[in-house]
Design a protein around this ligand. Structure first.
Ligand SMILES: [Zn+2]
Length: 118
């Protein structure tokens, strides 16, 4: 069980015209950062993506449709972005496994050195 997912870092309204419906107050850019979550850990990656959509015509505007103006505004927003630092968080099951393995290693070392014996 492993999945990459995204969480929203920042949403910003642009005052540019929508290339689809020409509305001038409905473009919204969303920046997302990727994280990976599986049974054992949750890790935040350095990867960010952005999506532009129009709230008026409810269309996702792909970069191919962006005007130079849109591009420079998105660029500007992107530079101001503060992504979360990369991190990794172990889940309780990982800690239980690590502790179990450590205990097994210590116990077998004690038996090996004959501090414990049957
Ligand atoms: Zn639109």
């Amino acid at each position: 069980m492993s999945a990459s997912r995204f969480f929203t870092l920042k949403e910003a309204r642009l005052s540019n015209n929508c290339p689809e419906c020409y509305s001038n107050d409905s473009l919204e850019v969303v920046f997302k950062q990727k994280f990976i979550e599986n049974t054992f850990y949750k890790a935040i990656t350095a990867e960010t993506v952005n999506e532009l959509h129009c709230l008026n015509c409810d269309t996702q505007i792909f970069p191919i449709r962006w005007t130079d103006d849109i591009e420079s505004v998105v660029d500007y927003q992107k530079r101001a972005l503060q992504p979360k630092p990369k991190s990794i968080k172990l889940k309780p099951i990982s800690w239980i496994l690590i502790i179990t393995i450590l205990v097994l290693i210590i116990v077998s070392a004690l038996f090996a050195t004959e501090i414990f014996s049957f």
